[in-house]
Design a protein. Sequence first.
Length: 121
Amino acid sequence: MFCKKAAVISTTAGAGASQAIKGVAKTLFYWGVPFIRSYGIGVQAMNWESVKDKKKAKIDRDITKLAKKLSDAGAPRVNIKTKILFNMMRNMQKAGWGSSPVEKHYWSACGWLDKKRPWKD
């Protein structure tokens, strides 16, 4: 997950696209996805055929830009916030504050309790 890119896209008939996007983007961050871009727009229509042509053209332009950002070469870099959060969870596992012994065994088997890091694989 630490080398992936994600796009969160939402359309709504009215307001609320940003709230839907926010929850999904936050979940992706906690999963370790370092590159998350979002796009939300209110289309004021019940189906795609009812959307105005001007709005469709805007959506097409915006999604094309978003696709270009996602397809640019190079692996995304893990930011400092993710690394700090990972180290907090790692220290909790080492101290025995994890959710279960199975989880601690998984962290140990992956080498994350030692020097190995998931974004360096």
